[in-house]
Each structure stands twice: as structure tokens, then as C-alpha cells.
Design a protein around this ligand. Structure first.
Ligand SMILES: [Zn+2]
Length: 182
């Protein structure tokens, strides 16, 4: 696991799970940075659009540790309830529009605010069944509430989630979303 930079996210996450769109955005972002440093006047259209994006989304998703979720997804696939969740047309359109990086930022935010506290607000019913692709992913993967999180991921309820556990949850959610988007 590495703590630095978007480049590391790519190499850590591996070829299968990193969509081309995210890579393209990353490269644009990098070239924009380099150009910004070397010349201030000459900004090509690629760099300009990357800068525009950066202005809209100032935060970058956190590098996720490398996890093998194969066994988890096999277990989830044996649950009629969990495997009934899929991205809908609107979810897919939203992901296409926002990009997976932004979706991950949302996942990080939902996990931190709605799952990570020792006693989350309305725990057990804090995650809507629809309305955001991450909500679907949460139900599909048992990351919807602390009871389900304990049952499926063996991380005890009743205490705050550590930073590492939060990243684990985000990694599960993003893996599910990437699988659905294939
Ligand atoms: Zn639940």
C-alpha cells in the first residue's frame, strides 16, 4: 500500500478495476500541473478542461489499500437480498456524468458521516434504498449500517470506524460499482 498520489492508486488498484475514464482524468490532471509549472501563458485546451474540472472538484479521492474482495463477493452473491441490488439507468448516467473519482469522494463522505460514528444517526435505516449509486452499493455489500457491516465484514459495531476501516468500506463500495459498470 502506498500513501502518495493518484499514480499510486492506479498501480495499487490494478488494471481490472481502474476504469479508463479515471486514468484519462488523472493524466490530464498531471499534464495540467506540469504545464502550469513550466509555462503560465500557454495553456492548451486539454489542460484548460482539466483545470476546469479541478476547479469544480477540488478534492481528490483517497488512495485505497489493495484488497482482494473475491471471497466477499462470492458470499454476497449467495444472498438473495444482497444480490438483488443493481445500478439503475439513472445511477449509471450519474456515474458517467460525475466520474468514478467523484463517486468515490461521495462514498468517502457517506462512510465517514453515516457509517463510521460509534452510534450513527438512525443506524439500521440511515441508507436509502435508491437515489445515489453509493446507496445501492452499500445495500449490495452489507455496508448500509453497522449491524450489516458487522455481520458481513466482521468489524464490530458500537465504536467509531478507524480510518483504515473506512477506506476498506470505500474500497468494497467502489469495487462493487466498478463491477456493475462493466
Ligand atoms: Zn444494514
Amino acid at each position: 500500500m502506498s500513501l502518495f498520489g493518484a499514480e499510486d492508486v492506479e498501480s495499487v488498484a490494478g488494471e481490472e478495476v481502474v476504469p479508463k475514464k479515471v486514468k484519462a482524468t488523472t493524466k490530464k490532471g498531471q499534464s495540467a500541473t506540469k504545464k502550469g509549472q513550466s509555462t503560465t501563458k500557454k495553456v492548451d485546451s486539454k489542460a484548460a478542461s482539466a483545470m476546469e474540472k479541478a476547479a469544480v472538484v477540488p478534492k481528490i479521492p483517497k488512495p485505497l489499500p489493495e484488497y482482494d474482495h473475491t471471497q466477499l463477493f462470492e458470499r454476497l452473491a449467495r444472498s438473495d437480498f444482497r444480490r438483488s441490488f443493481h445500478l439503475c439507468v439513472q445511477d449509471r448516467a450519474y456515474i458517467d456524468k460525475k466520474g468514478l473519482g467523484t463517486i468515490q469522494l461521495h462514498a468517502e463522505d457517506f462512510v465517514e458521516k453515516r457509517l463510521a460514528p460509534a452510534n450513527p444517526h438512525n443506524d439500521g435505516s440511515q441508507t436509502p434504498m435508491r437515489g445515489h449509486p453509493v446507496f445501492r452499493a452499500q445495500h449490495a455489500t452489507g455496508c448500509c449500517c453497522r449491524g450489516c457491516f458487522e455481520k458481513w465484514h466482521h468489524i464490530p459495531a458500537g465504536r467509531p470506524l478507524t480510518e483504515k476501516e473506512q477506506l476498506y468500506a470505500v474500497s468494497v463500495l467502489m469495487s462493487w460499482i466498478r463491477k456493475e459498470m462493466k
